[in-house]
Design a protein around this ligand. Sequence first.
Ligand code: NAD
Length: 379
Amino acid sequence: MKVGVPAENGAVESRVAATPETVKKLIALGAEVVVETGAGLASRIPDADYEAAGAKIAPDATTAVAGADVVLKVRRPAPAELPAYKAGALVIATMDPYGNEADVAAMAGAGVTAIAMEFMPRITRAQVMDVLSSQANLAGYQAVIDAASEYDRAFPMMMTAAGTVPAARVFIMGAGVAGLQAIATARRLGAVVTATDVRPAAKEQVESLGAKFVAVEDEEFKQAETAAGYAKPMSAEYQAKQAALVAEHIKKQDIVITTALIPGRAAPRLVSAAMVASMKPGSVLVDLAVERGGNVEGARPGEIVVTDGKKIVGHLNVAGRIAATASQLYAKNLYAFLETLIDKKAQALAVNWDDELVKATVLTRDGRIVHPAFAPKEA
Ligand code: NAD
């Protein structure tokens, strides 16, 4: 059983899909692990550390994946890379398939079994494999660090001989995994933190972290969570009431961090240009939803937009900005899943295609797109 770990495209990705720790564990399960030279460098893992863990180092991606039964990646392989992959190889990565259907078709055409880790069901057994949570948690943390470094004032209240410095006011919009970590991080830095979400369950979680909850809590709000725990799209009427409340609140904030997403849709627009304009010069907004259309009007992917003294930060791949930690957790997520696909006695792959985790994540198999959300409809 050969496991290949090619390097990612360094222009867009600093993380890596295996660490010396997960390499060691895979070797203990009978795998031969081949890592492309330099694959871990941006995550502070030199080739020598992979070698010390028992991996072989390949000079290029083609050699790393040649004949591999499993390929571990952060992002899906580009179509041009696929000829190097063995037909039937399991390719485990975040596949980002929406809007990238041609690449999904290319993976089917190459005969690889593409596994989209972001479709892992959010059930107890799969928590250790949940790449969305492990990476969103770090993105929430990093968003506050980015905000603090763009903000030219201090976060905590300071009483000094030279005068008193007020605490920064931080408003977190969207209190899911990323937002809750952002609240905790901003609180640790000494900010006065408020937060909002459309899911009523978020109120208690926000308050348990010591932040104040700000939202219109009407009847619609009480019903705004799906059975799966995600946010529902809200009515225009609710959005208008909530926007009025938020507009008043934002005026008094120094930092706004937005994390609001709705699965399978564009991110909701929560902060208008007028709201940004109402903030004081020096205020900082960090839009973690910028890659999905953005929560903040005027946010631009990969840029820091400065208007009228206010900064709108739109960094891409925010978890990748803390790559060493992000890789550590991501690699562990992948290992935890791969372990379930291996027969430990036979030391060989033994995928149970009926397992709910496998069914939920397999995108392509045996030359076809098999995931129900992407497969061609039967005539
Ligand atoms: P997400 O990334 O899909 O969205 C981020 C947050 O934005 C969510 O809290 C959402 O309610 C909020 N949001 C959406 N529209 C909004 C709006 N108009 N205004 C304000 N906020 C808005 O969410 P997530 O971080 O993936 O978490 C979603 C849910 O899944 C949560 O209930 C979380 O606790 C749960 N979860 C469960 C598990 C598990 O059981 N294994 C793991 C992770 C998350």
